[in-house]
Structure formats: structure tokens, C-alpha cells
Design a protein around this ligand. Structure first.
Ligand code: NAD
Length: 700
């Protein structure tokens, strides 16, 4: 094998015959034919991220390269997972705009030196090549992707756009519209698509990397520079038209006030596209402003909340077979999701038609989320209808998702528990029943736990791990690990009425219904919540949950927590329920629903005037929700502000760009929030009385 061939192996062993200089994050080697290889291999990490030290060391290597004048410089990664996963985002938290601009300016200088080398420069990328990793690759003259690589700019999901030259280099080398779409959506591209749009020069199997590098050195890959479209879009009027179209499609997904990054990116390209220097300066300025802004800081916080929740997993769950009892709306969805995530699943139900419906719904969900027909088939193979409940005896975990009736659930446990194998866990998906009471008849309550999934399971990432006094630590540990293993985010909560999420969501919906009773147009109420950043207004949410269920949950929280904060449902609402207007599932509730399940909403400008201002509406909706979260913290229902915020974001879709309810309260000011509540209390009643827990939050 040629030296080049040996070195192209990403496991790169630097033998004594080669000049090797292991230093920090990079390894360097020079072959006899004057090719220098720089291999990124961050010590102690399973994936490469790009941070200041990586760039600073690269600068030192470039000093050496400039002095040595090799024929070519090839950059690749030694990590099996991929080239690089992007920038190390920890460096963005809390930094000022000036600090970021300084750090980035220096990094741009280093990548510009790489781009300006007289030697051929080639990046060989495999696996993930994302964000700053892709920007590093784009600073090379050529890019060779190994089959299976995926390339992308996920920055937009953190409220950012690329900041290390990605905006102007990607739009210069690739089809600019494709490059912009990639940056605007944050979606990664498979290697073949990246080749088709001009982002990489070649896609090869690993064994052909050395030959591809040699081809690059012999000038066999000619720069495309965006092709014909690229040439046309170097003209400003053409970009203006395309930018208008982009703004329209972005606006359908995210508002500029809440998510400015995609809009800034479009501005950048519209004004400076085709002028690398100007676009670079504008990118730096725009990125630094975004990263120091509230949206990005909060989205970075959400990124770390997700990591923290995943980090609650300690060891493996040891669960490979799940049995679900009750194949209704939730049980069917839970079973299908577990099968999707690679577990063996059996499902039982008293009613055979329920199992049939669950299998149909599972097929739909699997097709929609997995796309690949082979994967769908494999997942369906793992999902076994089991009307007789034979799977119970073999399962490591049995999840009960039967109707929300105490006696029924206890009767079921009496049948299930004697059949469980040693070490198996029994879990309930109950939304509100106290676990202590459910566990009363169990021979071994230590193995009993709540696994509270949210509807729909495929979209809501949260699982509340509900503990009760007699649950064993090992059961809780395994249940938490299980949630992470199936790609969900665990939030440990104490068994208490409504746990965390339903307890906090109920006053939000209840207040919306009180407002409807006051004659405030429901469309305006929903619009106020959506403008705040909720994924769906509370009136529509009540319809989607089902008005019968909303009334019932409200009543059970009122019984447990008192009428002060959880007042009686309005009489008109109970009448609606009695008349069968149950919400979306009945085709009619507070709104009427069309055949596709869409509510008929009147246009806001067609509504009568005279309603209270939107800020007042928003406070009435949001503050009781914040107050319930604070009460849960004080009572120890949830342990930390981080988990509380994460649970509300991943369980209800609470405006992620606000960082969660408590981050929002802190940003607005604890005193300001409690003063606003007290004002509402004097006008509207005790449901706005600030919880005692606020005092603890206001202490530094
Ligand atoms: P559902 O009515 O859709 O499904 C319940 C299923 O249990 C039905 O298929 C029914 O045939 C079956 N069943 C009834 N008796 C049974 C028995 N003795 N043995 C086996 N199966 C039996 O109800 P759901 O909405 O799926 O709720 C199930 C549980 O999940 C409840 O505890 C509920 O509080 C909880 N939950 C519901 C939601 C939601 O949004 N629907 C969300 C979170 C938790």
C-alpha cells in the first residue's frame, strides 16, 4: 500500500518511518511525495467539535505548512463517528457580542490562511460533517465525502446562522439556493445530494479515498462555483426575488421577532451574495449579534437542558422486551414507539378492535417517521399483537395504559403482578392517579413506577418518571435509563396531583375557558398565546385534549389542591360536554373541525374590538402556568429549575426561545412577575395569588 493509502486510513497509525508530530487536537504527518496530512482527533472525546484550541493549533500547523511548502494538505478526522459535529457551543454561553466577535475574527483569519494556501487543500469527510466542521472543510479547495457522510448547518436550530465563513463559502461553491435552504432549515444533506449541489467534489467508498485525493491533486476536480444558477444569482435583482420567496417560506414556520436568525441570513445573502469579503464581514457582525441575543442564548440553554435530561441515565435499563396493556390512544402509540426504537413489544387489550386500530396507527406513524420501508417492516415485525397477554411473563417492563379508573387499574395489577418475571418492572401511564394509592394492593410496590408519556408519543419527547415512597431506587434508575434508551427525555417527578406538566398546563387552559365565558373571542386568546410562542393556543389545545378530559382533570386537581387556584369549570362548558361537543375528536367543541381535523377560526381582523389588550391576555394565560411550576418546585414535585423548564418545553412545547417558564420569569424579573400576578389577583381573584415559592426564587 502506498504511503498515501496508509495515511488515508482514518485510524491513522503514525509509524516511526513517517514524520509525525502528535500535538493536542491534531496529528500531523508528511508523506514522501510531499503531502501533509492533518488529522483531527480531539483527545478524550468520541466526536470532534471545533473550538478555540482546535483553531489555534491549526494556525500553528499552518505556520509549519507555509514554511515547508508541501504539494498538498489533506485534512480528515480520526473519529469513527465522523469529521466534526460542529462548534463547541459551550463557548457561546454568556459571552458578550464583542468577545464573540474577537474570538471569531481570529478564527476567520486562520481559515482564510487555510483557504489561501498555494498548496492543494483537500478535506476528506466521513460521518457527520456539521456546522463549524463543514466550515473547516469549505475552507479547503476540495472536499471528498466518504459514502454515508452527511453534511449540514444545524446552527438555525440554536437561533444562529453559520459564523465561520459558512454563509459565503457554501453559497459560493454550491448551488446558492440549495446552500441557503440547507442553512435555513438546519437539515443535513446526504453525501450524494451534497455532490449533486456542488458542496463536495466527489463521493467515494472509504477504500477509494487515497485515489480520490490523488485525483484532486492532479486537478481532476474543477470548481463548480455554483454552476449556472450561481452565476445568475450573483446579480442583485435575481437575489432579491429569491430572497423574497425565502422570507415567505421562513415566515410560515417562524416569526422574525422570536427567531431572527433565518431572516438575518437571508438579508446577508441578498445584500452581499457573490461578494465574499463583504459577506464575510457582515456574517461576523450578524453572527456575533445573534449569539449574544436572547433567542440564541435560550436555545443554547435548551440544548444543554436536553443534554442534562439525557445525562440522568445512569447505566443501562436492561429492558429489551416491553409489554403494553391497553392498546388505546396512548398504549398503541407507546407500543409502536418502543418497537421503532428497536425493542420487542407485545400488546394486549380487552377489546380486539383496539389492537387492530393500534396496529394501523402504528403503521402510519412508523411510515411517517422512519420513511425507509425496510425499517418500517422491521419495526412492525417487532410489534406483536398479543390479545391473551402471553408476553407479560417474558417482558422486562409492563406498561399499563388502560382507562384512567383506579379500580380498573388495581384489578389489572392483581392479574399482571403474579405473572411478571423476576426483576420485571410494572409501570403505569396514569396522568393523575396517585401512585401510592395505585400501589396499595401490590405484593412488591418497589418495582412499580409511573412512566407518563405525552400525546402524541412520536412528537412529545418528555416522559415524566413518577416516583412514590415505596418505589426502589433501582426501579427508578432503570425507568429513567429506559426513557433515554427509547430516545425520550426523562423528568423525574414526585407522585402528586397532575405531576408537573398537567398541573401547570391546566390553569392555562382553565383561564382561557374563563375568558371565553367573558366573551373574549377565542381566536384572539389563541393568537395571544401563539404570539407568546406557544405551539398552539389554549382554546384549541382544550379541544384537542378533549373537553370531557379537560373538565375531569380540572375537577381532580380542584379536589386535590383546592378551588383557590383550580376554580370550578364554567357551567356552559359542562353543558357543552353533556351535549357531545367534546372537541376535535367529536368534530366539534369550542371550534368546529373540518374533515381534516382543522378548526374553523375567524380572521382576527374580522373580530369585534373592545377586548382587553394582548399583553393582559397573555399574562392571564401564562402567569398561572408559571405559578404552578413554582409551586411544584417548592413542594419538591420537581427537583430543579432546569428539569422543570426542560419538562415544560419538551412536554408542552413551551416557547423554546424563551428557555422555559422559569427562565422566562427570571428574564422578566421575579418581582415584576409577582407584582403582575398581584395586580391580576386584585381584579380577578385568588387564582392569581403568587405561590410562596416565588420568594425562594427571588433570593440571589
Ligand atoms: P383509551 O381509552 O384511548 O385507551 C384505553 C384502552 O384500554 C382501550 O383500548 C381499552 O379497550 C383498553 N382497556 C380497557 N379495559 C381494559 C382491561 N381491563 N385490560 C386491557 N385493556 C383494557 O385511553 P388513553 O387515552 O390511551 O389513556 C390510557 C391511559 O393513559 C390513562 O391512564 C390516561 O390517563 C393516560 N394518558 C392519556 C393521555 C392522552 O392524551 N390520552 C396522555 C397521557 C396519559
Amino acid at each position: 500500500m502506498s504511503l498515501l493509502g496508509a495515511l488515508s486510513d482514518r485510524t491513522l497509525e503514525l509509524g516511526p518511518a513517517r514524520e509525525a508530530e502528535p500535538s493536542g487536537n491534531w496529528r500531523r504527518a508528511r508523506t514522501a511525495d510531499h503531502v501533509v496530512w492533518l488529522v483531527l482527533d480531539r483527545p478524550g472525546k468520541s466526536v470532534n467539535t471545533i473550538d478555540r484550541s482546535v483553531i489555534e493549533e491549526l494556525a500553528t500547523h499552518l505556520d509549519w505548512v507555509e514554511a515547508q511548502r508541501p504539494v498538498a494538505l489533506v485534512i480528515r478526522s480520526a473519529k469513527p463517528a465522523g469529521f466534526a459535529a460542529g462548534a463547541d457551543i459551550a463557548q457561546f454561553t454568556g459571552a458578550s457580542k464583542e468577545e464573540i466577535a474577537g474570538m471569531l475574527g481570529a478564527a476567520h483569519g486562520v481559515l482564510d490562511r487555510l483557504a489561501g494556501l498555494s498548496a492543494h487543500t483537500v478535506a476528506v469527510v466521513h460521518g457527520h460533517c456539521l456546522g463549524a466542521g463543514l466550515e473547516l472543510a469549505l475552507a479547503c479547495r476540495h472536499r471528498i465525502a466518504v459514502s454515508g457522510a452527511s453534511l449540514g448547518f444545524p446552527e438555525v436550530m440554536l437561533g444562529l446562522h453559520p459564523g465561520l465563513g459558512g454563509t459565503y463559502r457554501s453559497t459560493a461553491v454550491a448551488d446558492p439556493l440549495e446552500a441557503m435552504t440547507m442553512m435555513l432549515t438546519g437539515k443535513a444533506m446526504p453525501a450524494r445530494k451534497a455532490k449533486a449541489v456542488g458542496l463536495v467534489d466527489a463521493v467515494v467508498e472509504e477504500r477509494h479515498v487515497a485515489a480520490a485525493v490523488e485525483a484532486a491533486l492532479h486537478g481532476e476536480f474543477r470548481p463548480r462555483e455554483g454552476g449556472l444558477k450561481g452565476a445568475a444569482l450573483r446579480l442583485r435583482p435575481a437575489r432579491r426575488l429569491a430572497a423574497a420567496q425565502m422570507r415567505k417560506s421562513v415566515a410560515a414556520r417562524a416569526s422574525e421577532a422570536h427567531y431572527p436568525a433565518p431572516y438575518r441570513l437571508i438579508d446577508l445573502w441578498e445584500v452581499h451574495g457573490g461578494d465574499a469579503r463583504a459577506m464575510q464581514a457582515a456574517e461576523l457582525e450578524s453572527f456575533s449579534a445573534l449569539v449574544a441575543g436572547e433567542t440564541a442564548q435560550n436555545l443554547v440553554r435548551v440544548f444543554f437542558l436536553r443534554e442534562a435530561m439525557r445525562g440522568l441515565r445512569k447505566g443501562a435499563s436492561g429492558i429489551s422486551h416491553v409489554h403494553v396493556v391497553g392498546a388505546g390512544a396512548m398504549g398503541g402509540d407507546i407500543a409502536a414507539w418502543c418497537a421503532r426504537e428497536g425493542l420487542r413489544v407485545t400488546v394486549s387489550d380487552v377489546a380486539l378492535p383496539s389492537i387492530g386500530r393500534a396496529m394501523k396507527a402504528a403503521t402510519r406513524m412508523l411510515r411517517a417517521t422512519l420513511k425507509d420501508p425496510l425499517k418500517v417492516r422491521d419495526a412492525l415485525d417487532r410489534l406483536v399483537p398479543d390479545p391473551g397477554g402471553l408476553g407479560i411473563a417474558a417482558a422486562d417492563l409492563v406498561i399499563e395504559a388502560a382507562p384512567e379508573r383506579l379500580e380498573l387499574k388495581r384489578r389489572l395489577y392483581a392479574e399482571i403482578e403474579p405473572r411478571l418475571k423476576a426483576g420485571a418492572i410494572l409501570a403505569t401511564n396514569t396522568s393523575a392517579l396517585p401512585l401510592e394509592t395505585l400501589a396499595e394492593g401490590l405484593a412488591d410496590p418497589a418495582r412499580f413506577v409511573g412512566l407518563h408519556f405525552f400525546n402524541p408519543v412520536s412528537r412529545m419527547q418528555l416522559v415524566e418518571i413518577v416516583r412514590h415512597a415505596r418505589a426502589s431506587d433501582e426501579t427508578l434508575r432503570r425507568a429513567t435509563a429506559f426513557a433515554v434508551e427509547i430516545g425520550r427525555l426523562p423528568a423525574p417527578v414526585k407522585s402528586a396531583p397532575g405531576f408537573l406538566v398537567n398541573r401547570a398546563l391546566t390553569p392555562y387552559m382553565a383561564e382561557a375557558l374563563i375568558m371565553v365565558g367573558e366573551g373574549i373571542p377565542k381566536e384572539r386568546i389563541d393568537a395571544a398565546a401563539e404570539a407568546f410562542g406557544m405551539p398552539m393556543g389554549p382554546v384549541e389545545l382544550a379541544d384537542r385534549v378533549g373537553l370531557d378530559i379537560a373538565v375531569e382533570v380540572g375537577a381532580s386537581l380542584r379536589r386535590a389542591l383546592g378551588a383557590d387556584k383550580y376554580p370550578e369549570s364554567p357551567a356552559w362548558l359542562t353543558e357543552m360536554v353533556a351535549a357531545g361537543r367534546l372537541g376535535a375528536k367529536a368534530g366539534k367543541g369550542l371550534y368546529d373541525y373540518d374533515g381534516d381535523g382543522k378548526p374553523a377560526k375567524r380572521k382576527l381582523d374580522a373580530l369585534p374590538d373592545g377586548a382587553p389588550g394582548d399583553a393582559d391576555l397573555t399574562d392571564r394565560l401564562i402567569l398561572p402556568m408559571l405559578d404552578a411550576v413554582v409551586a411544584c418546585l417548592r413542594e419538591g414535585v420537581v427537583e430543579s429549575e432546569e428539569i422543570a423548564d426542560g419538562a415544560m418545553i419538551f412536554g408542552t412545547g413551551f416557547a423554546p426561545f424563551r428557555g422555559g417558564p422559569l427562565a422566562y420569569a427570571r428574564a422578566r424579573g421575579i418581582e415584576t412577575v409577582t407584582a403582575a400576578m398581584t395586580r391580576l389577583e386584585s381584579r380577578l381573584g385568588t387564582r392569581f395569588h403568587p405561590d410562596a415559592g416565588w420568594a425562594a426564587l427571588s433570593r440571589p
